[in-house]
Write a protein that binds this ligand. Sequence first.
Ligand code: GAL
Length: 365
Amino acid sequence: MKKLLSIFTMLLLASLSLFAKATIVGIAMPETHVLRWTKDGESLKKEAEKRGYSGLVQYGNADQAQQNQQIQSFLTQGAKILIIGNINDGVTSVVEEAARDKAVVVAYDRIIQGTTNYSAFITFNNYKVGTLQGQGIEKALNLPAATTAAPKYITLFAGSPTDANANFFYQGAMDVLNPYLKKGVLKVVGPYPETYKDTSNFQKIATENWSGPLAKTRLENLLNNDASKITLDAVLAPNDTLGRAIIEACKADAKYRSKLPVVTGQDAEFDSAVSIKNGEQYMTVFKDTAKLAEAAVILADALAKGEKPNIPGAILADGDLKEIGYTGTGYVATYLLDPIGITKENVNVPVDAGFYTAEETAKLK
Ligand code: GAL
């Protein structure tokens, strides 16, 4: 009897601990050389744990093979939810595996291309990110008043050719700038893809893996060649990492020492917020990644429970925005959050949102 009882107790304990073991959410972030992703990883873990999950985070070092291994290992450990910021469409094979395992897969910030065999995509309105960058340049150069007699000069940069977001950022910006280019009051130095669909020119301005050093070298070459006889008024930079690399290249050129071109950005990284405050980088786009992380976990949690997601602040991509959810083989349910343009005038917005650490905040006050 005693023996039976103790076996019973053991079984009871074992099943209790089975129940107590929290469901794993595997969080796969693409890289750490762009600062934001570290924050994304931390916020996602926090949000998952707030809801009783166990959050595991891995960073892929901009290497899809490495990220695939990390995702496979999440699945082996029994993850029921995957939140993935992918590097390129090499991720498709593991996403298919996850589908076979019936795991909920949410593409985080960047769409997973080449398959629709996953649950949903959550991101910001990436077209609007580009619009805000284009409008920043339009305003800073006062393009409505520019003339063909004294045109303004710009050089164009795009993000990683493997990241579909880069297309929308670019298109949003160019839909603002193209009319001025057509009028001849704004001129492009270097390659000019009118849209991202002009792939041969787009490849020339795209920046593999969002690499700052690559952007810096490209601008240095341009300053010494095509742009040697003119002064650039603006550089379209798709994110802060590239924006700061571009500013560095300009600063090394005597011509720009007293007046930098208008340089855009995205992500409201701390270093860029400082640069904006100091009057160097002109603008950035604030995407509150803490909100995105929260929204992604709310979404994944609802889908895992078979409930209809109700995500505060997000809209379902529809109409013209539907393209943001196109994977190349079809559409996935896509939720969009709203980005905010930041210049010197409102650099307090990300600060007040609690986007920076206390130490960083003190430096921005
Ligand atoms: C994009 C993302 C941007 C930027 C970039 C570099 O996918 O939407 O915010 O951070 O990656 O990692």
